[in-house]
Design a protein around this ligand. Structure first.
Ligand SMILES: [Zn+2]
Ligand SMILES: [Zn+2]
Length: 216
């Protein structure tokens, strides 16, 4: 089974997810925005061996320490979609703006809709979900009914679309046409705050509940 640990990092309390294969104890570190020491401590405490770094999108709080942690453990960085290249090229500038250390990087592999990721014996599918940023991706593990969605969707909210190259129409389509079809019973870990399920958000989310969008 695929399991998840969540380590809130940076002053933005961003949920760095450590996704790991229960059988092999190999782990993918998703969105290491900062606080590398805390991520390393969590890996060590849980007895996990990091093998991958996965990035949902190029904002500072999600990708700021990707280069550092990849280098420290000798890991490949996979993601986000290449439409977020402009953000990966400005991580150092984003960091200066918020008084955080961050380094620019290029991933070993760009991700696209339909791609597959693997960690240990587990696989996840990639879903390109533009709107919050143009190159945002969501990661989904079918067997455990678990998705990591970054800043696309939150418990009771949706991602901002007022940042560079954000687009509300794209975000609404990403949520309703890419995430909802995965199933109401899917639990998701958002980039900030508590986990929820797609079914719960379809009932009560003040932006994307079915009754607000004329979907039943
Ligand atoms: Zn973001
Ligand atoms: Zn964020």
């Amino acid at each position: 089974m695929l399991k998840a640990l969540v380590v809130p990092v940076t002053p933005f309390q961003q949920n760095c997810s450590i996704l790991f294969c229960e059988q092999t104890k190999e782990a993918a570190v998703v969105d290491p925005g900062g606080d590398t020491d805390r991520i390393q401590a969590a890996l060590k405490t849980a007895g996990l061996q990091p093998t991958k770094v996965w990035i949902t999108h190029g904002h500072l709080d999600h990708a700021g320490a990707a280069a550092e942690i990849a280098e420290a453990f000798g890991l490949p960085i996979e993601g986000p979609h290449q439409d977020d290249l402009f953000l990966l090229e400005s991580l150092d500038q984003q960091g200066l703006h918020f008084g955080m250390q961050a380094r620019n990087f290029l991933p070993k592999r760009w991700l696209d809709d339909g791609d597959e990721l693997s960690v240990g014996e587990e696989t996840l599918s990639v879903h390109h979900c533009p709107g919050h940023t143009p190159g945002h991706v969501a990661l989904y593990n079918e067997a455990s009914r678990l998705a990591v969605v970054g800043d696309i969707l939150f418990a009771g909210s949706i991602g901002r679309t007022d940042l560079p190259r954000g687009n509300l129409d794209d975000l609404m389509k990403s949520i309703t046409l890419k995430l909802w079809p995965l199933g109401d019973d899917v639990t998701f870990i958002p980039g900030h705050g508590e986990p929820s399920t797609f079914g719960q958000e379809r009932k009560s989310n003040p932006y994307v509940a079915d009754h607000l969008l004329g979907r039943h």
